[in-house]
Design a protein around this ligand. Structure first.
Ligand code: NAG
Ligand code: NAG
Ligand code: NAG
Length: 404
């Protein structure tokens, strides 16, 4: 490892120098016309600074490698003497990365824009002549409007939606009423693009107008990014049948089968679909330990793993995959860790070493579980070795597939 570090260093230097020269050749010619000597000296100094930095980085890497090597040596020493591992510092391993606790973030938008959320930045469009039950001789043309940004539709102060079906011609205060094709998006869809059609002469899409963007917002309303339609007289409609949606409660969604009659419905309870956990036991285990209490929990998406009891409870019915590992450090004796599912011992991580040797074993298991199934690991016999940084006694798993 040390030899590698020394050999890598000159190679890096060559690369760095070569790059500098080719990259800046034009600039360098100009400098040299003014004061060639000073400029090349400056260049040399810059290069030296650069190399110093590289050296620091390499030194850091070497130190890290040394730490890993020390760790390995000490492990080996332990196998021989079975005594002196306590001097290893907790958390000293450079390969450990701090994991942020990964909580469910289902509120995040899929559009990924850093722009302000249009759900909070819109223009209120409260024009009762846009209503689907409004006809008039004065026809409006949205092509004459200078649309800018996002709009939320109101009808006399009440939130209202665009129609999702064809509207009779000469309604919505215009000739050809514009309606939304493909329906409104769901909250989790973020910003979507939808086609716009204008009805004329029994053709629901006589006018294929320019598509617009739509977003569903918390609180049962939508925002639309209107654009100038393709012709006059076309105007965006507001469907009076959707006025009921503004009265839906927080845990309700507004829905319709025929797109005519709208009603509030309790939204289906959010089923957790992302479940991942990874935990480790930061010390030694000896003999029978009925349920290993993996105290260090690195990942617990879905919060299905209980760090106090060491028990994983399946939050939904589905297909799960588990893995668990150990490292023995005992002369000749066998060590068995069992995966226990609903009280049944279903898989073992078995290790047996002869004389002064140590060995790890990782087992995996995949199974269908019903919601509420309990899964944990039992240390049945032998000796397992781990410290705070070794992650040798581990337990983890994921939900692969959700089932009804
Ligand atoms: C453990 O290691 C320390 C220093 O690393 C040493 O002083 C001590 O004697 C060792 N103990 C045993 C039991 O080997
Ligand atoms: C249109 O519908 C709204 C809401 O139901 C109602 O208040 C209004 O009177 C209706 N207008 C016409 C012209 O029918
Ligand atoms: C790991 O476990 C398997 C299955 O129990 C076993 O066949 C294998 O010998 C074990 N490996 C070691 C190194 O003990």
């Amino acid at each position: 490892m040390l030899a590698l570090g020394i050999w890598v260093l000159p190679a890096l230097c060559v690369c760095a120098v070569g790059k500098k020269e080719t990259g800046n050749s034009n600039e360098m010619k100009m400098w040299w016309r003014e004061d060639p000597l000073q400029q090349s000296l400056d260049l040399v100094y810059t290069e030296i600074e650069h190399l110093k930095n590289q050296q620091l980085i390499m030194k850091q890497r070497q130190d890290d490698m040394k730490k890993v090597m020390t760790y390995c040596t000490q492990t080996r020493a332990y196998k021989e003497s079975d005594a002196n591992l306590t001097s290893l510092q907790e958390g000293s391993s450079p390969v450990l990365l701090p994991f942020a606790q990964d909580d469910e973030d289902e509120d995040s938008d899929s559009d990924g824009h850093l722009l302000p959320d249009p759900c909070n930045h819109y223009t209120a469009l409260d024009q009762s002549w846009r209503a689907t039950n409004f006809s008039t001789k004065n026809v409006a043309c949205d092509r004459r409007v200078n649309w800018k940004g996002w709009y939320r539709m109101f009808y006399r102060g009440k939130t209202i939606q665009m129609p999702e079906i064809c509207i009779k011609k000469e309604m919505c205060g215009t000739h050809a009423p514009l309606w939304l094709v493909g329906g409104h998006p769901r909250l989790r869809d973020g910003i979507v693009t939808r086609k716009i059609c204008g009805h004329w002469n029994n053709n629901c899409c006589a006018f294929k107008s320019h598509p617009i963007q739509v977003k569903a917002c918390r609180g049962n309303y939508y925002v639309y990014k209107f654009v100038q339609p393709m012709a006059c007289h076309l105007a965006y409609c507001a469907d009076v049948n959707t006025l009921v949606c503004g009265r839906c409660k927080k845990d309700e969604i507004c829905t319709s089968r025929d797109k005519i009659n709208w009603f509030c419905k309790k939204s289906p309870s959010r089923v957790k679909s992302r479940v991942h956990f990874f935990a480790s036991y930061p010390g030694r285990l000896s003999g029978k330990v009925n349920r290993i209490q993996y105290r260090k929990v690195y990942v617990n998406v879905g919060q299905a793993f209980n760090r106090l009891t060491g028990v994983f409870t399946a939050p939904v019915t589905g297909v799960y995959q588990f893995f668990f590992s150990t490292q023995t450090a005992n002369n000749g004796a066998k060590t068995d860790l069992w995966l226990v599912v609903n009280g049944y011992w279903v898989a073992v991580s078995h290790t047996q070493v002869s004389r002064s040797n140590s060995v790890g074993n990782l087992s995996t298991y995949m199974t269908s579980l019903r919601k509420g199934a309990l899964v944990y690991i039992t240390h049945n016999c032998g000796n397992s070795w781990a410290n705070a940084a070794s992650n040798t006694i581990t337990f983890g798993g994921s939900l692969l597939l959700k089932r009804k």
